[in-house]
Design a protein around this ligand. Structure first.
Ligand code: ADP
Ligand code: MG
Length: 606
């Protein structure tokens, strides 16, 4: 198994032998096919083998950090003793299992070693039993580790080496307190080894708090993005995010991508829409059961899923090497997180592209990201309908060219030939391609330009166009001035609750006990869905389409007055909403329709 790592990682020319590793480890390394130590390994391993010291080691994802702490830990602990001597904390269950597996591979020639994974969502008593058998190394997520400490299922009082892996991510996920509590159960004189892709100030704080004069090891530029990744951004209006995503996918028929959304809810929604629109998509987020997540990941690895829509947290454990594109459907709240996202592609020596869909109001963030990744982000245009048709056409031609001939059709060919024999080769090609192409072309032939950058119309001019009443829906909502809202507060509330852009909530009119507002028609379903069974401070918020939709006019209003005092309405409308996690039913149906649907022609456009 050979992983050509980023060239940067080979800066040091040492061999594994030169690093001072034991025979058992060298043998395992040979079995695994590792030829040269990566830079972070070459720098970290000799240091940790020689010195009892704290270490802060910064290197990007995919640079081999697991072995950088795993080899020294395995070599230094006493495999003959049954005492827990090593503790590795990592942010997610996926990473926890990944690290455990790696350590088991590394230590296959070390007799008596026992490495136990400790993570939530599995039987705690089974895990405790495995610890009790004598585990020298525990690989744990902070939450479950805390649980086990409280229940006295582990003894950390003799831990000599403690690793904080993906420290930045653990802190992002709010594990600071758990980590503090866990470390307080370990001896003061242990060595702490901290590994991280980035060095935000929170990590610096933790290093200060828990470590004594740590040696700092940095590989490559701090926080730099992978050199194998090209960064691009596409500026569209907020309501065109989804159509833009579809076009980016359509313009890359062989795409194998991770699509990042900001919230679980958006993640689920975007994935569902993609599936509905005939793409091979799947959702990965924390509200899914472990079983569902495993299923999605399996389909992704098998490439049955071409577009994995994920939250940052859920995607953290993804270790798939040939992702062609990362798509930032929305930018992360923490700009630092962008590095983690783009690190999902361009792995193992492959090239990758990280695409960002932004609205004009977010476009200034591009500059900030450029600074962090120390690389230029290219402004690109969402392809036009015609360009996409062209791409798909060539892709189809290529597919026809590469198709394996199905021998079963031979007996029927004479009849088929008879039907087609008055056509020349050119005509035949034209018609063959047209059959498959028609649906695609119909969808895109009148498609508009989605790009908002580079145009000469200012924000104001665009706003006027957007605020066209005809293309918008007017809504009634049962909160108003009596609830301390003025139009600005209400607009802010709606924007953030609905994750809409500034310009997508307008004509906000606040009355005493209720209000009205408009959104583009394209957001209608989202608004209704979001406010289904929606509670604010224990009170049901009711939103309905205002039938007559005049601005400030009387229509629809009188009728509502009786409900306007708020409180729970017995006749609250029930909309069919599909927030219930990964929709396996839909996926199955789709599979039944066309086996493994792929790319061109199978997509049923609406
Ligand atoms: P990180 O923790 O820095 O993101 P990992 O430790 O998960 O990276 O390693 C990424 C991949 O590279 C793993 O599949 C690992 O087995 C492999 N790998 C690690 N070190 C080497 C090496 N020296 N040569 C080849 N492959 C390696
Ligand atoms: Mg790692």
């Amino acid at each position: 198994r050979l992983y050509p790592l980023n060239y940067r990682t080979f800066a040091a020319m040492n061999t594994f032998q030169e690093l001072g590793l034991s025979e058992e480890l060298l043998q395992a390394i040979e079995d695994m096919g590792f030829e040269t130590p990566s830079a972070v390994q070459a720098k970290t391993i000799p240091l940790l083998l020689e010195k009892e010291t704290d270490v802060v080691s910064l290197a990007q994802t995919g640079t081999g950090k697991t072995a950088a702490f795993g080899f020294p830990m395995l070599q230094k602990i006493d495999a003959k003793s049954r005492i827990t001597q090593g503790l590795i904390l990592s942010p997610t269950r996926e990473l926890c299992l990944q690290i455990t597996q790696e350590l088991k591979n590394y230590s296959k020639y070390i007799k008596g070693i026992n490495i136990v994974a400790i993570y939530g969502g599995a039987s705690i008593t089974d895990q405790a039993k495995n610890v009790k058998k004598g585990a020298q190394i525990l690989v744990a997520t902070p939450g479950r580790m805390q649980d086990m400490i409280r229940r006295r299922m582990v003894d950390l009082s003799r831990v000599e080496y403690c690793v904080l892996d993906e420290a930045d991510e653990m802190l992002n996920m709010g594990f600071f307190e758990d980590i503090t509590a866990i470390l307080s159960n370990t001896p003061d004189d242990k060595s702490t080894w901290l590994f991280s892709a980035t060095m935000p100030k929170e990590v610096a704080t933790i290093a200060k708090k828990f470590m004594y004069q740590p040696e700092e090891i940095t590989v490559g530029t701090k926080n730099a993005g992978t050199k194998n990744v090209k960064h691009e951004y596409y500026q569209v209006s907020g309501r065109d995010r989804y159509p833009a995503l579809k076009r980016l996918a359509d313009a890359h028929p062989d795409i194998f991508s991770v699509v990042f959304c900001r919230t679980k809810r958006d993640t689920q929604r975007v994935a569902e829409k993609l599936i509905e629109d005939g793409y091979n998509a799947g959702a990965l987020h924390g509200d899914l059961s472990q079983n569902q997540r495993d299923m999605v990941m399996k389909s992704f690895r098998n490439k049955q899923i071409q577009m994995l829509v994920a939250t940052d947290v859920a995607a953290r454990g993804i270790d798939v090497d040939n992702v062609t594109h990362v798509i930032n459907y929305q930018l992360p709240d923490e700009i630092e997180t962008y590095t983690h996202r783009s690190g999902r592609t361009g792995r193992a020596g492959n090239k990758g592209v990280s695409m960002i869909i932004v609205t004009s109001s977010e476009s200034r963030k591009i500059k900030t990201i450029e600074k962090i990744i120390q690389s230029k982000i290219e402004a690109k245009k969402i392809p036009t309908g015609i360009e996409i048709c062209e791409t798909q056409l060539y892709h189809l031609a290529q597919k026809i060219h590469q198709t394996q001939i199905n021998e079963e059709i031979t007996p029927y060919l004479p009849k088929v030939e008879e039907v087609l024999n008055d056509l020349s080769k050119e005509e035949l090609i034209q018609r063959l391609v047209s059959v498959e192409f028609a649906r695609f072309h119909n969808y895109y032939k009148n498609a508009k330009d989605l790009n908002t950058s580079g145009g000469d119309r200012g924000e104001g001019a665009r706003d006027k166009v957007k605020h066209n009443k005809k293309d918008s829906t007017r809504f009634f909502i049962n909160i108003g001035a009596r609830d301390d809202y003025n139009w600005m507060h209400l607009k802010d509330f709606l924007k953030s609750t609905l994750s809409l852009d500034q310009e997508d909530v307008f004509h906000v009119d606040v009355m005493d006990s209720f209000s009205f507002f408009n959104t583009p028609n394209s957001q209608r379903d989202k608004v209704l869905e979001t406010f289904t069974d929606f509670q604010l401070n224990g009170r049901y918020i009711n939103v309905e389409v205002s039938e007559k939709a005049p601005r400030g006019g009387g229509g629809g209003r009188g009728k509502r007055k009786k409900n306007s005092g708020g409180g729970k309405r017995s006749d609250r409308r029930k909309f069919n909403h599909s927030d219930g996690g990964f929709d396996q039913g839909k996926n199955k149906r789709r599979k039944a329709n066309g086996g493994k649907p792929s790319g061109f022609g199978r997509r049923s456009r609406r």
